[in-house]
Write a protein that binds this ligand. Structure first.
Ligand code: 9WO
Length: 257
């Protein structure tokens, strides 16, 4: 996986890449992370990258020119089709399926981190950026979101996690689109609270069924949106088109993947 981060704070990424499983993945050659310092593309002796907003209002706006030149520089290390994501609360949601796509993208991907009040809209248009949000909250910049995207994608690359099974089995990657089941470890009784008895039974089929049931129940109560029609758990059947030639036994078989 090849990721580039375009940011005014490249130094924020270095300790994270050194201290976590991502650092070992870089060492192993499974992961390449390029950092592009937007400041290097700023104007004048002071490398200025921001200016006051037209129309007034508080704060500063990142100028189009340094942003475009920084992203274009980052793009040179990727293929021409490289997916470039601007992390902002105005974006459509980033989710596990996008993480999987990015982890497997042959040209890699670029993450653009904004600061201040945002980026001049003309830069976003010119670069044909894909704007993505991690959730409905405002940060002081895109860097914390970029770290989350890097972490979510890198752990999907085969060999990055110690145990090959760890990634597919947790929430959302469990293919069923359900929340994870609860976890327990020793001691079997802790402060007088026992572990659910079935987990000590050794009956692996019964344990799998119990985990699925509990996962489904907590998804129902905590995240009913994940079970709604059209979700991964409950895919919308595609309507057969009137122009399709009917084939025997195919009714309802053409669900979305
Ligand atoms: C500031 C703001 C204030 C009032 C109402 C809406 C507002 N939006 C912003 C804003 O988007 N500020 C940004 C700070 C500019 C670009 C980088 N910043 C950022 C990225 N904050 N939060 C994110 C982010 C990215 C991905 N997922 C969640 C939040």
């Amino acid at each position: 996986m090849h990721a580039s981060i375009v940011t005014l704070f490249p130094e924020l990424f270095e300790p994270f890449l050194r201290a976590t499983v991502l650092g070992r993945a870089v060492q192993k050659g499974l992961l390449r992370v390029d950092l592009t310092d937007m400041r290097a593309f700023g104007q004048g002796r002071h490398r200025i990258v921001d200016d006051r907003p037209f129309g007034g209002g508080p704060g500063m706006v990142l100028m189009a020119e340094p942003v475009v030149r920084a992203v274009e520089a980052a793009r040179e290390a990727h293929g021409t089709e490289v997916r470039t994501i601007y992390l902002s609360p105005q974006g459509r949601r980033f989710d596990q399926s996008i993480a999987s796509e990015l982890a497997a993208a042959p040209d890699g991907f670029i993450l653009l981190c904004g600061r201040y009040e945002g980026i001049d809209e003309r830069a976003l248009d010119l670069l044909a950026l894909e704007e993505r949000s991690l959730g409905d909250y405002v940060l002081s910049g895109g860097e914390a979101a970029a770290l989350a995207v890097l972490d979510a994608t890198a752990r999907l690359v085969p060999g990055v996690l110690g145990d090959d099974r760890s990634a597919p089995e947790d929430s959302f990657s469990n293919a069923q689109g359900l929340l994870d089941h609860p976890h327990y470890t020793r001691p079997a009784s802790w402060r007088d609270v026992p572990v659910p008895e079935i987990l000590l039974s050794g009956n692996h089929a019964a344990i799998a069924a119990w985990r699925h049931e509990v996962a489904l129940e907590r998804t129902r109560t905590r995240r009913p949106d994940l079970l709604a029609p059209g979700s991964a758990y409950n895919p919308e059947p595609t309507r057969p088109s009137l122009t399709d030639t009917p084939t025997q036994g195919s009714a309802g078989a053409d669900k979305e993947a």
